[in-house]
Write a protein that binds this ligand. Structure first.
Ligand SMILES: *Cc1c(COP(=O)(O)O)cnc(C)c1O
Length: 363
């Protein structure tokens, strides 16, 4: 079986370094805060070429905390794409604001920038572009709209570590950006982990305060915050992995190029790439009108696959009360029955890639 994803292979490749860092973490008993956290924050900020990084407990928290740091709260509206993982809209609701869904671009799956302005009201406070599947949203258009209407921009980079437009990393275009280091992401910890980045010192300090019980110094609680710290053990694992990230993303791109070059089947729609938009290929998503028989065919041939996501956000049960219908988000509605993610991880073997391509071409 060729698995859809396989975290064991990566661990095997870096086992001695990982085992050593876990051992030292246990021996020095520095479990919260400390030098591993600082090192990760510094190195990840350097990787993105951004001024500030604040580690936190997970990617969902990073969105919610940054929204609060940007001043989003009760009664506000925040524009989000109709296709994403639920964290994007869930975090908006957690602040007391309302997520306003916008359909996605039919070619790129990211928020359709042509449809944003019609959703802006006097309550709109922010836009959350999601660099979905690892592909950069059109930040030039989004920043232009944000400036015109004086809106904050929070980039959801959970799937897009390393993606860039013309060499400028995603996460550095907006007012702030959130990252997830969930195990399966391009850079993943061995448990939950997240990061918040910004070039704005005030936003970074506010986010840091909120994530650590509103403290500026120990026992000096300026506001009520919460506990959303990153464990030092997870930070030490991320410190081992970060130096490999560029190589891993390159590997993902090499595999993607081969898929794009060699998958030739008119039943399958492959990712479309714009010049200067550099995909991080967290996921390799294709579309097929007979998706369910494709899944079955892949399965019969020993190839794993997955769907991201079976339902677009507005059509999830938790938003049923909003009474959206297919016509409100026609692209997202159509695509939720067509999209399929095929195996994409740096450790895929060339024989496996060959087989995946052959099986897809035979379908
Ligand atoms: C994974 C993910 C998140 C949330 O990350 P967690 O660390 O799992 O909380 C947010 N947004 C998107 C688009 C994601 O894929």
């Amino acid at each position: 079986m060729i698995p859809f994803a396989d975290l064991k292979r990566q661990y095997q490749d870096i086992k001695s370094e990982i085992d050593q860092c876990i051992k030292s973490s246990l021996e020095n008993t520095n479990f919260i805060g400390g030098s591993e956290i600082q090192k990760f924050e510094n190195d990840f900020a350097k990787y993105l070429n951004i001024n500030h990084c604040v580690a936190c407990a997970n990617g969902t928290d990073s969105i919610e905390i940054l929204l609060k740091a940007l001043g989003v709260g009760n009664g506000d509206e925040v524009i989000v794409p109709a296709i994403s993982w639920i964290s994007t809209s869930e975090a908006v609701s957690s602040t007391g604001a309302k997520p306003i869904f916008v359909d996605v671009d039919p070619d790129f799956y990211t928020i359709c920038t042509k449809l944003i302005e019609e959703k802006i009201t006097n309550k709109t406070k922010a836009i959350i572009p999601v660099h979905l599947y690892g592909y950069p949203a059109n930040m030039k258009h989004i920043m232009k709209i944000a400036r015109k209407y004086d809106l904050k921009v929070l980039e959801d980079c959970a799937q897009a570590h390393g993606a860039n437009i013309d060499g400028k990393m995603v996460g550095t275009f907006g007012d702030a950006a959130s990252f997830s280091f969930y195990p399966g992401k391009n850079l993943g910890a061995y448990g939950d982990a997240g990061g918040m980045v910004s070039n704005n010192e005030k936003i970074a300090l506010k986010a840091r305060k909120i994530a650590n019980h509103g403290q500026v110094t120990k026992h000096n609680h300026i506001i009520e915050g919460r506990n959303s710290r990153l464990d030092a053990l997870q930070a030490s694992i991320l410190n081992v992995k970060l130096p490999y990230l560029t190589k891993w993303i390159k590997k993902r791109n090499t595999i993607a190029s081969q898929y794009i070059r060699e998958i030739k089947n008119s039943k399958l729609k492959l990712p479309v790439l714009e010049t200067n938009f550099h995909h991080a290929f967290h996921l390799f998503v294709i579309r097929c009108k007979s998706r369910d028989s494709l899944i079955k065919y892949l399965n019969e041939n020993g190839i794993g696959s997955s769907i991201h996501y079976p339902k677009a956000l507005p059509f999830l049960n938790c938003y049923k009360h909003l009474n959206y219908n297919s016509g409100d988000f026609p692209i997202s509605f159509k695509y939720q029955n067509q999209i399929l993610s095929i195996p994409m991880f740096p450790e895929l073997q060339s024989t496996e890639i060959r087989k995946i391509i052959n099986v897809l071409n035979e379908f």
